[in-house]
Design a protein around this ligand. Structure first.
Ligand code: ADP
Length: 422
């Protein structure tokens, strides 16, 4: 009975196995075929990828080449602007001087003869107005060329924003037309800034002048606020606004939006590119938003970098001195350490607000210092600026910014300290 049962069971099983084997074979063949197709596809894709890669590399090289050429062209333009405006300044100044003498002749000057009759006087005054416009243009060009040359370094001091606002209001009051209010808000918590006062004043004066020029009714409002450790200065007007497709262009040299009000007011189209350049020198950014017919708001975002204690960790004594000189401008006290171990000890001792850390040091390199800081509850939160001669991005391990040794400047310092504050 049992045997019978087993036989009965076995027979179908044997058949099933055979079928299974067949099926498996078939599947295997299918799989192999699929595999071959996949391999072929893979090879094809690899080849295409390789070709694309080569294309990207070539494109990249071309892009670099174009960037370099653009850079050269830009430098040539800056040199040209600087030279031409220098040459134009002297004759423009002479014209103005001569006009003044003709309109108001110095008494007892025989060569100038009688005072001018009213018609002639009017004509000479027109010459003088044109001469002044010319001189303004030439001066604006010179300023821009200077700012673009990269040779302009900010002179950093503690700036009283409230006082700057006060002086600007006094200066611009005569420009305010009827029906427009120049509103100045108290800067409150954003009242102190560590920056270049002259540059800041130039930027705000430019923006306010534009606001007043392009606003026929309503107000031009100057305000400051603190945001993410930065100071945001805002100049908002209820004027004619700027169409969306023109918003980028207004930062180009000589660009002026065409329109009836624009035709009435004077300008060179150099104010905004200059202002934006200055803001960059101050380590900040400038943005604009506008609605045609409703008004325009310019915002200047500036880092507010003044730190208490800074620590420089670098084995190169000469470089430490260079950096020390620069950092002194933005920190109350600056300590130095000649290697990683000494740096860590200094950190534990005096808890600096920011550390400038060299990466390549003989005994203990920057990467290990970062690791040790990460493992230490007391040191983990100290912001680190990596200072390096290699052209690298942010290394892993908690640094907040990179300072390139080859591109050390106050502007760069402002930028990285601004990053530490965020
Ligand atoms: P300028 O004022 O000397 O013409 P700018 O570079 O300062 O040169 O400004 C460029 C152009 O941007 C202006 O001619 C104007 O068309 C536009 N613009 C600037 N500010 C404003 C504003 N607040 N409202 C409307 N348009 C503006």
């Amino acid at each position: 009975m049992l045997l019978k049962k087993m036989t009965r069971i076995r027979l179908p099983k044997a058949r099933t196995r055979k079928a299974e084997v067949e099926e498996l074979r078939a599947r295997n063949a299918e799989l192999e075929a699929a595999n071959r197709r996949m391999t072929a596809l893979y090879e094809q894709i690899s080849e295409e990828l390789e070709q694309t890669n080569q294309g990207v590399v070539a494109l990249y090289a071309e892009l670099e080449d174009r960037t370099a050429r653009l850079h050269e062209a830009n430098e040539a333009k800056t040199r040209f602007l600087a030279n031409v405006s220098h040459e134009l300044r002297a004759p423009a100044t002479s014209i103005l001087g001569l006009c003044r003498m003709l309109i108001d002749p110095p008494t007892g000057h025989p060569a100038l003869g009688e005072p001018l009759d009213p018609e002639r006087r009017h004509q000479v005054e027109l010459i003088r107005t044109s001469g002044r416009d010319l001189l303004t243009l030439v001066n604006d060009l010179l300023d821009l060329a200077k700012a673009e040359s990269g040779r302009m370094e900010p002179n950093l001091t503690e700036v009283d924003v409230r006082a700057v606002f006060g002086r600007l209001t006094g200066l611009l009051r005569p420009m305010v037309r009827d029906g427009v209010e120049l509103a100045v808000e108290d800067p409150g918590a954003a009242g102190h800034l560590f920056t270049d006062e002259v540059m800041l004043t130039r930027v705000l004066r430019n923006l306010l002048t534009n606001g007043l020029k392009f606003t026929e009714r309503g107000e031009v409002r100057l305000s400051a606020r603190e945001e993410d450790g930065e100071v945001v200065l805002s100049v908002a007007d209820t004027g004619i606004g700027i169409a969306a497709d023109q918003l980028d262009k207004i930062f180009e040299e000589f660009y002026q939006v065409r329109g009836p009000l624009q035709a009435e007011v004077t300008g060179t189209g150099l104010g905004l590119p200059y202002a934006r350049r200055l803001v960059r020198i101050l380590g900040g950014t400038m943005s604009v938003r506008s609605t045609a017919g409703r008004g325009t708001t310019f915002e200047v975002r500036l880092p507010r970098p003044k730190v208490g204690r800074a620590l420089i960790v670098d084995d190169d004594a000469a470089f430490r001195l260079v950096l020390l000189d620069l950092v002194k401008g933005v920190a109350d006290t600056v300590e130095q350490a000649a290697d990683g171990q000494e740096g860590l000890e200094a950190m534990r001792r005096s808890r600096p607000d920011v550390v400038f850390l060299d990466m390549r040091m003989p005994a203990m390199g920057g990467a290990r210092v970062l690791e040790a800081m990460h493992d230490d509850d007391l040191l983990r939160e100290i912001p680190v600026v990596v200072v390096t001669s290699a052209e690298v991005g942010l290394p892993p391990g908690g640094a907040v910014a990179v300072l390139q040794k080859s591109a050390l400047s106050r502007t760069e310092l402002l930028r990285v300290i601004g990053a530490c504050r965020r």
